[in-house]
Design a binder for this molecule. Structure first.
Ligand code: ZN
Length: 244
């Protein structure tokens, strides 16, 4: 199966459309997986949910999804994220709110894979960014692969005795999965934070046992203008242009 894996789409339909087009240009997509944060920050939450659902996405909830549907308080959010969460909640249809409210925190979309937004020990809010955190993840991981999001960074880690380092992945980079266990982060489709504004995602071929990270150009100016037009904080638009 050829599987497209997105994460942290954050209500950015221009980025999601570009990612799906790019993924399908290389061949048919057999499944679409998402590591959470479908909504929050961006201007088109309902449209993004509709596009993902139309493709039978298998997804977990991220902290922004939980905040948007009222299942998590925004006390820990910074003021800009809190304002965006309130805006998102007010602009979601009842159907979308119900959909977000039913998403699992941990999901096994296939026999060898677990998806969680942050980490297995703290699904909603831990940023998995260090070797120590990777080891803690592997200790709880029941499958060969776990897919995480939340940090908006593309990386991978392979379980190793004495510490499992994280490796940043570049767009176009492919790794062949061996017998070991892995943590994979597809990066953010809708709000990259590594200084590269291009939309991020990952292609996972479970037959060939390969993973390829991708970056896709899209017109972030359109999304930025939409954010400002909707009265969302301007910073949420301009950061897309810088990929920060
Ligand atoms: Zn996010």
């Amino acid at each position: 199966m050829r599987i497209a894996v997105v994460s942290d789409v954050h209500s950015n339909i221009e980025a999601l459309d570009a990612v799906l087009l790019h993924a399908e240009r290389g061949g048919a997509i057999d499944a679409l997986w998402c590591a959470g944060d479908i909504v929050g920050y961006g201007p088109d939450p309902d449209t993004v949910i509709a596009v993902l659902r139309a493709r039978s996405v298998q997804t977990v909830a991220g902290n922004h999804d939980l905040a948007a549907c009222g299942m998590m308080t925004t006390e820990e959010f910074n003021p800009v994220a809190e304002e965006a969460a309130r805006w998102t909640q007010e602009h979601l249809s009842a159907d979308s709110l119900a959909y977000l409210g039913e998403l699992p925190l941990v999901l096994k979309p296939s026999a060898g894979v677990t998806i969680v937004h942050g980490s297995l020990r703290h699904p909603e809010w831990e940023y998995l960014l260090s070797e120590e955190q990777a080891d803690a993840q592997f200790a709880l991981q029941e499958t060969q692969i776990s897919i995480v999001g939340h940090s908006h960074l593309q990386f991978w880690s392979r379980e190793r005795q004495g510490g499992s380092p994280l490796f940043a992945a570049k767009g176009g980079e492919t790794i062949e999965l061996g017998d070991g266990r892995y943590i994979l982060n597809p990066g953010s489709s809708g709000q990259p934070r590594d200084g590269d504004p291009r939309a991020g995602y990952m292609l996972y071929d479970d037959g060939a046992a390969t993973v390829t990270w991708q970056r896709v150009e899209y017109d972030a100016n359109v999304t930025c203008a939409r954010i400002i037009a909707e009265g969302l904080p301007e910073f949420l638009g301009t950061r897309l242009l810088a990929g920060r």
